[in-house]
Design a protein around this ligand. Structure first.
Ligand code: BGC
Length: 344
């Protein structure tokens, strides 16, 4: 197991650091303290050829420009809060509006755009980085000083563990997630339509045209959202003109369980996602339109990658029927997601 750390730039007087992790099978992960971001992830195909399977940029500076949350840690609230407001303890809180009238991925300066404290962590079978960030009371409109920790650990079972912890000094809402854009074909293909996807979810939360849940819960059976049996992402995509951008209600119940499995048939790369979260946002890269040039100058077009974001349901602060995202003083917010890589 290897871990290397280097300073690549300065941001508001603080060192921007890249952390390179490597396990005994050559899997490599690059992380950065700005946004507690995953920059790259090299995994082998069935012949052992290593390739980066995530979208992003080569240099830190590019992350400051047009960047749709590539590899970022999103918070305080991943996904949307309708009307950018909620009422908690009888008081109304107004949040930053950064998507029309709504609040998306923590606001104008969410956790993806802040500098985290970072330090290496390791044990006999894993190496990683622990990131800490203290979000001050009133940050983007949220109440309470929120003390957050995200730990990435790469182990010898070819798993990348993402463990989240948070505490607060006033009741608030928390919903942290990870926002990597994956293309398991690496550089071989510029779309993910032939990836075979399985999502362990029988139900989803229908949403309005601005992607705020209506509050209903529906069965995926008979809809293009039925991924209970593996099938290609492209197979029924045409039935959804806006593409996939939906919150699936996972069938698991709070324990760490398999939430999704993705197979890229040509390379043989497989990614399994396990999480303790109740929901999973599946986003098929609909808003990528080729204007962003990423690693190696490559233009990122529509459907050039997919996101699978383990999280609580969108707009939970305004939907009392959804699992609660309230965190109170004395409680510990805990969440775990595991990406496991293998080949077929
Ligand atoms: C959302 C998309 C959004 C993307 C980038 C995803 O989590 O579901 O609607 O466009 O993030 O902001």
């Amino acid at each position: 197991m290897k871990l290397e750390e280097r300073t690549v730039a300065e941001y508001h007087g603080r060192p921007v650091k890249f952390f390179d992790l490597e396990n005994g099978h050559g899997l490599r992960v690059r992380l950065m303290n700005y946004g507690a971001t995953l920059i790259s992830l090299h995994i082998p195909d069935r012949t052992g050829r290593l390739e980066d399977i995530t979208l992003g940029f080569d240099s830190f500076e590019d992350y400051l420009g047009n960047n749709p949350y590539f590899g970022a840690t999103v918070g305080r609230y991943a996904n949307r809060i309708g009307g950018a407001r909620f009422v908690l303890g009888g008081q109304e809180y107004l949040l930053a509006r950064n998507e029309g009238p709504n609040h998306l991925h923590g606001g104008l300066k969410g956790f993806d755009k802040v500098m985290w404290e970072a330090g290496p962590v390791s044990d006999s079978r894993s190496v990683g980085v622990r990131f800490n960030y203290l979000s001050p009371d009133g940050d983007e409109g949220y109440p309470g000083n929120l003390d957050c920790q995200v730990t990435y650990l790469l182990n010898e079972n070819d798993e990348l563990h993402l463990a989240y912890l948070a505490t607060t000094d006033r009741p608030t809402h928390v919903n942290l997630s990870h926002h990597s854009y994956f293309n398991l074909a690496g550089s071989r293909k510029d779309n993910i339509l032939e990836h075979e996807l399985q999502i362990m979810a029988s139900r989803f939360t229908p949403a309005d045209e601005r992607l705020i849940p209506t509050g209903e819960i529906k069965e995926v059976a008979g809809t293009p959202l039925d991924f209970l049996k593996p099938r290609s992402i492209g197979q029924r995509l045409k039935e959804l003109p806006a593409g996939y951008d939906h919150n699936f209600i996972l069938d698991s119940r709070g324990e760490l369980a398999l939430a999704a499995r993705v197979v890229e048939p040509e390379s043989g790369r497989v990614m399994e996602l396990y999480t303790t979260e109740p929901g999973l946002q599946f986003y098929s890269g609909n808003f990528l339109d080729g204007t962003i040039r990423g690693k190696g100058g490559r233009p990122y077009g529509r459907h050039s990658a997919f996101c699978l974001e383990p999280q609580h349901f969108p707009d939970s602060p305004n939907k009392p029927q959804f699992p609660s995202t309230v965190l109170k003083p004395g409680e510990i917010y805990k969440s775990l997601t595991v990406f496991k890589f293998l080949t077929v």
